[in-house]
Design a protein around this ligand. Structure first.
Ligand code: NIG
Ligand code: FE
Length: 414
């Protein structure tokens, strides 16, 4: 009994208990539980039910009572970030807005390589501190699980430094960090060989080390003209799969090709997709790959949004993530970005919240987060509103008044 608690009562509780992983989700289809509470056992949800009946059934347990008119939704999951980085790329942003192209900026010392240099010159501890700082910002906005990529080290030792920093940060923040190795971000400028040779070194020298030190179970590749071609990625992904890695792809950001790789290798997700056309959309819809829209990158670069409406209508599972990184997506405000995506792409409230909760969990292969249901992790956000639509309507400005992770209150403004 000691670890049981009841949270509530909630004017609206969005459980997404039986909501589908794929395809459109109309607001009318959502079950909105009224006057419900959440019974938590340790870190797990034991049940959701009418608050009054929970209180009657469990008369002597701890009650976490909330102001009268609150809404509760599952803790959000940001399934694509690069929050472990050193330095800044404010110069890139200004250059882009002055009309310079991506290539010109890279030639003049900007781009991903600039962040690699700044990240390499940071100590592991500095990266730990920076990652914790950014994770804390996200956590206070209700993001209870955060995927974090490496990819600014781009050598065996520097990628290990990043992944160790993410692991250390994970121990010191209440948010849960899911590490992904993005050693295949770009070919580092100081590597004396071609792209295939670089990936070969990573596959043989870095990946076994990551496995033995248990630093990550996920692998990401940037498939793009300026990064890695489909051809060189095939043997890399094949080798990674043999070592047990789950896969994800930075796909179709500027040119198509990445979504084909994601589907061929049964990746967990294909992220970006701003350049995806009808063929790529159909291909993804016929697969189990989760399509991840990254509106923060469209806002940061001033390019078109991922065709989220078309992806959903074709039958895809659509998650929405912040892509928080120093180059293309410096804002890092997931709910603001998801709400802006909704206005351009005509997404329902249900599709937006699904995209940052259980569908984002699906993109990470997590099966016990993102819904408020018995047996799921007790991760949830409480908002000071009796109408859940305010969450997307206020475009990120309605922050949670309480954030619960693993049954513990990790942020409270009550
Ligand atoms: O997801 N597209 C590749 N990688 C990042 C950008 C990283 C950077 O510019 O530093 C992205 O947008
Ligand atoms: Fe990214």
């Amino acid at each position: 009994m000691a670890s049981l608690k009841i949270f509530g009562p909630f004017a609206e509780l969005l459980s997404f208990q039986d909501a589908s992983n794929k395809g459109p989700l109309q607001d009318e289809e959502l079950t909105i539980h009224k006057a419900y509470g959440i019974l938590v056992d340790g870190s797990i949800i034991k049940s959701i039910a009418l608050y009054e009946s929970l209180v009657a059934d469990y008369p002597s347990i701890e009650l976490i009572e909330l102001p009268k008119s609150c809404t509760v939704i599952p803790g959000m999951i940001d399934c694509h970030t690069h929050i472990c980085f050193g330095g800044t790329r404010a110069r890139d942003f200004a250059m882009r807005n002055a009309g310079k192209t991506y290539l010109e900026i890279a030639k003049e010392g900007g781009g991903i390589w600039d962040t690699v240099k700044q990240t390499r010159s940071a100590t592991e501890q500095e990266l730990v501190d920076l990652t914790i700082k950014r994770a804390t910002v996200l956590l206070q906005r209700g993001i209870t699980t955060i995927e974090v990529k490496s990819g600014y080290g781009l050598s065996v030792s520097e990628e290990l430094k990043m992944l160790k920093a993410i692991a250390k940060a994970n121990k010191k923040t209440a948010a849960e960090l899911i590490p992904t190795c993005l050693a295949a971000h770009i070919k580092p400028k100081d590597f004396l060989g071609d792209h295939a040779q670089y990936l070969n070194v990573i596959a043989h020298e870095l990946l076994p080390e990551i496995v033995s030190q248990k630093l990550s179970k996920r692998l990401d590749v940037f498939v793009e003209e300026e990064a890695f071609s489909q051809e060189v990625v095939h043997p890399y992904f094949a080798a990674a799969k043999m070592m047990g890695f789950n896969l994800t792809v930075h796909a179709d950001q500027f040119h198509t090709g990445g979504s084909v790789v994601a589907v061929e290798h049964q990746a967990q997700s294909a992220d970006h997709l701003e350049a995806s056309g009808p063929e790529e959309i159909q291909l993804l819809a016929g697969s189990e790959v989760v399509a991840v829209a990254l509106p923060g990158a469209s806002i940061g670069l001033g390019v078109r949004f991922t065709p989220a409406r078309q992806l959903l209508d074709a039958g895809c599972s659509l998650a929405i993530a912040s892509d928080w990184n120093p180059g293309s997506a410096p804002m890092g405000d997931l709910m603001a970005q998801a709400s802006i995506l909704a206005t351009y792409e005509k997404l329902s409230n249900a599709e937006v919240i699904a995209g940052v909760t259980y569908r984002a969990a699906h993109a990470l292969g997590i099966t016990d987060q993102g819904r408020l249901s018995s047996g799921y992790q007790a991760d949830f956000n409480v908002y000071d509103t009796g109408d859940h639509r305010e969450i997307t309507y206020q475009q990120g400005q309605l922050r949670p008044i309480m954030v619960i992770k693993g049954g513990e209150v990790v942020f409270s403004a009550v």
